[in-house]
Design a protein around this ligand. Structure first.
Ligand code: FPP
Length: 249
């Protein structure tokens, strides 16, 4: 019994948490002579397919970078379109499909004045509806920045008056947006860019990074499976000399 199925995946070593930087929507649309917004629409389809694939593989936590703290700088129409796709498609139409599949939806990111009330309402409704689900947790990073998350954690620690001598890694972790979210084992970035772009800066300290040239709207569950195979070929050492595959530090 090897646990490796004909698809080449070892189902005993599925990454517990996979996170994606969904990049390349704009280029995908431009390559087709379409408006950039069409790339985001197609990107939402890709996200749903990838989430279904994550569920099939038995991934417990799937996290996607939907909207960064920097994305507000895009043209107003594009921001508005992205908010509509996230709130109307993902958090309304898909929400019910995801709920039926047993997926819990949660969010990381700042809830500041820039996030419209109607979007906050949809986020809260989706989170409340799906809260009891246990098949998989889909975490949507919205108005998210990795540095902002660390700054917000530091502020909360100071506000709680925790003395410096009592602050360690665990203190910071407890003050992140979703303290229960385990660190990602695997982070995937699409579209041939080799950057982290302010995503999960604290959490990805020991993550395996997989980069693919596929533009996000073309990303499907088969690409997710490819990334898992690549992850399984890596030797995770967490700073140790010897092999300690998949051990969580
Ligand atoms: C990057 O593409 C992607 C985004 C700015 C956000 C990702 C958004 C989606 C996948 C749309 C749907 C999202 C949800 C959560 C329903 P880009 O515009 O930066 O592409 P480019 O680098 O080719 O210009």
């Amino acid at each position: 019994m090897t646990g490796v199925r004909p698809d080449g995946i070892d189902y005993r070593r599925i990454p517990r948490h996979v996170a994606c930087v969904m990049d390349g929507n704009g280029r995908w649309a431009t390559n087709r002579g379409l408006a950039r917004t069409e790339g985001h629409r197609a990107g939402e389809e890709a996200l749903f397919d990838a989430a279904c694939g994550a569920l099939e593989l038995g991934i417990s936590y799937f996290t996607v970078y939907a909207f960064s703290t920097e994305n507000w700088r895009r043209p107003h129409e594009e921001v508005r379109f992205l908010l509509d796709v996230i709130a109307d498609q993902l958090l309304t139409r898909r929400r019910d499909d995801l709920h039926r599949m047993g997926v819990r939806i949660q969010f990381i990111g700042r809830r500041d004045w820039r996030v419209p009330r109607w979007v906050v309402r949809r986020m809260d409704e989706a989170a409340a509806l799906t809260a009891p689900n246990r098949e998989m947790t889909l975490t949507v990073a919205f108005n998210y920045g990795g540095r902002a998350e660390i700054v917000d954690a530091v502020k909360a620690i100071v506000e709680e008056g925790i003395p410096a001598r009592r602050i360690d890694d665990r203190t910071v972790r407890r003050h992140l947006y979703q303290p229960e979210l385990p660190d990602p084992d695997l982070v995937i970035r699409t579209s041939g860019e080799f950057r982290v772009s302010n995503f999960l800066l604290w959490e990805l300290a020991y993550s395996e990074l997989v980069f693919t040239d596929v533009l996000w709207p073309d990303f499907r569950r088969s690409h997710l499976a490819d990334a898992v195979r690549e992850y399984q070929s890596r030797d995770r050492r967490y700073g140790n000399a010897g092999s300690r595959r998949d051990a969580i530090p």
